[in-house]
Design a protein around this ligand. Structure first.
Ligand code: TMP
Length: 236
């Protein structure tokens, strides 16, 4: 499958159309941004790592019954995916307090919460992806009641599958962000990526951060953290 038109340029990926109307090619970049694009940089090798890590985790999820947009990896940085209509929500799944939740609620980072927390943000860069609740989502028709129910169920399932898988690799899944899309027949599938850009991964023993927080917070060894995740997940 060949790229035809460039459809969309995002902060970390480019998306191309193909000769097949129902299929797109995602091309992962090394560009990194944080704080809604205010901080910009490059993480060498990130595009190839995020492509491989995302596809590896999506395949794992598919085997556990979570449908995804993945079709097949085409090259180091490119993957063929099903074209979906993106549900305009970022779903944040949190097991341990960190990042914006820790700040907002005045809880130290690293505190395990008594249950998993789901948060929804309306996907709109100009507004800074504001948090919304179920009432907003239904009132603005970002998703229907049934779609929201499916998205919640898949988000918890994804958390269970990924947390258990990563625990065996000595990685604690602190929190992560998901995006879902709708196929032409209305089926909800997991879309976008699951990578060190969109998850907080802490080494279970040392607590060392192995994710994009190293870039956001200038902690150093950013590339090394991405490579370590690739090595633990894919053995290379
Ligand atoms: P937060 O604590 O900054 O709200 O981030 C929660 C999780 O969501 C964290 O794993 C990073 C991820 N995330 C994204 O993937 N994209 C974003 O734009 C933001 C703000 C967070």
């Amino acid at each position: 499958m060949e790229k035809t038109n460039l459809l969309y340029v995002g902060k970390a990926k480019k998306v191309y159309e193909t000769a097949d109307k129902g299929l797109l090619i995602v091309d992962y970049k090394d560009d990194a941004t944080a704080f809604n694009g205010l901080k910009k940089g490059t993480i060498l090798g990130k595009g190839a790592i995020n492509n491989r890590v995302t596809n590896h985790l999506m395949k794992l999820l598919q085997r556990h019954g979570v449908p995804t947009h993945l079709v097949e990896q085409l090259s180091e940085r490119e993957t063929l995916v099903k074209r979906v209509q993106i549900v305009p929500l970022e779903v944040i799944v949190r097991n341990i307090a960190a990042g914006s939740l820790a700040k907002r609620l005045g809880i130290p980072e690293g505190v395990k919460m008594s249950r998993t927390v789901l948060e929804f943000c309306y996907k709109d860069d100009a507004l800074g992806d504001p948090m919304v609740n179920d009432d907003h989502i239904l009132a603005m028709r970002f998703a229907t009641e049934e779609e929201l129910k499916t998205i919640r169920a898949y988000s918890h399932k994804i958390n269970d599958v990924l947390s258990a898988y990563l625990q065996d690799l000595n990685i604690e899944l602190i929190d992560f962000k998901l995006e879902f899309g709708k196929l032409p027949d209305g089926t909800i599938v997991l879309a976008d990526e699951i990578s060190p850009d969109t998850c907080r991964f802490w080494d279970s023993t040392s607590g060392e951060k192995l994710d994009k927080d190293r870039f956001r917070r200038d902690l150093g060894n950013v590339e090394g953290a991405y490579r370590e995740i690739l090595k633990r997940l894919l053995g290379e």
